[in-house]
Ligand binder design. Structure first.
Ligand code: PAF
Length: 280
């Protein structure tokens, strides 16, 4: 595996691969790699001749300084995992390499970015659009892989791709879970033992809501999930919203949850902000 830290070397490595006729797959990550990331890499490996994984904690998408400072950074372990997974290039740039000057671009991401994470984390999705568009411009991948745990992020990235006219396929990949159901996340390592024990209740509540939803409305199902999570230890739901899975817009609270809707939740678990979702 080639570890590359500069944009010019990355452009060259990708150009060489394309000259050999290889399809290029990109897996953007912020490092602290876990089995969820490895499943994206595995899919890219199976579908593309040349796989680039970016490992970069992007400061412009953090609206909370503390979150940026405490975000786990595990470069040596990440490199070992990427190498074992058959990655061709690990792109691990410095902040200065990516942002030699401040990125002042403001993307017109529209309604898809205004709700849920967009409402709770002002500027977050604009920062995601900044880094992902930079990576797409540098690598010009045929396919890019994203995990469905960040369900709204994928919708926002699709919107950015449409705005910028990138020609590539966005591949969304299913959530990987721990044996007890907790969605895999780089943030899970920050849970203490007690909160690690409580955290799987988030997925349990979402699963139970599928049965509940068959005889209740969207509004009732949202309350069911929120109450169920909030009654577990000191878990605290920031929002649970059932939305249209394509537009991310809230659906009629009076109808039953149905196919094409997704429920997205954010929960504070001992100071760690966890997200998860379920499709109806
Ligand atoms: O999902 C993530 O890890 C990040 O938001 C991404 C897409 C790598 C951009 O920094």
């Amino acid at each position: 595996m080639n570890v590359i830290r500069t944009v010019s070397e990355l452009r060259q490595a990708v150009a060489d691969a394309k000259a050999k006729g290889l399809t290029v797959g990109l897996v953007p990550t912020m490092g602290a790699l876990h089995a969820g990331h490895l499943s994206l890499i595995d899919r890219a490996r199976r579908e593309c001749g040349f796989v680039v994984v970016s490992d970069f904690v992007n400061p412009t998408q953090f609206n909370n300084k503390e979150d940026l400072i405490t975000y786990p950074r595990t470069e040596a372990a990440d490199c070992e995992k990427m190498d074992n997974a058959g990655v061709d290039v690990a792109f691990i740039p410095s902040v200065e390499e990516i942002y030699p000057e401040p990125d002042t671009r403001v993307f017109d991401l529209g309604p898809v970015a205004e709700v849920m994470e967009g409402a709770m984390r002002p500027g977050h999705f604009n920062g995601v659009a900044q880094i992902v568009s930079k990576l797409f411009s540098i690598v010009e991948p045929d396919k890019a892989y994203f995990g469905e745990k960040d369900f709204q992020q994928i919708a926002v990235i699709r919107r950015m791709v449409e705005l910028e006219g990138f020609k590539l396929e966005i591949v969304d990949c299913p959530i990987l879970r721990e044996a007890d159901g907790l969605a895999m996340s780089s943030r899970n390592v920050r849970l203490d033992a007690e909160h690690r024990r409580l955290a799987p209740e988030i997925h349990r509540a979402l699963q139970e809501s599928v049965d509940y939803a068959s005889t209740h409305t969207v509004g009732e199902t949202e309350r069911f999930v929120t109450d169920r999570i909030n009654s577990t230890g000191d878990l605290e739901t920031e929002y649970y919203q059932i939305v249209d899975a394509l537009t991310m817009q809230p659906v009629d609270k009076g109808v039953s949850p149905a196919k094409g809707m997704v429920g997205c939740v954010t929960v504070y678990c001992g100071g760690v902000r966890l997200i998860d979702n379920i499709k109806y």
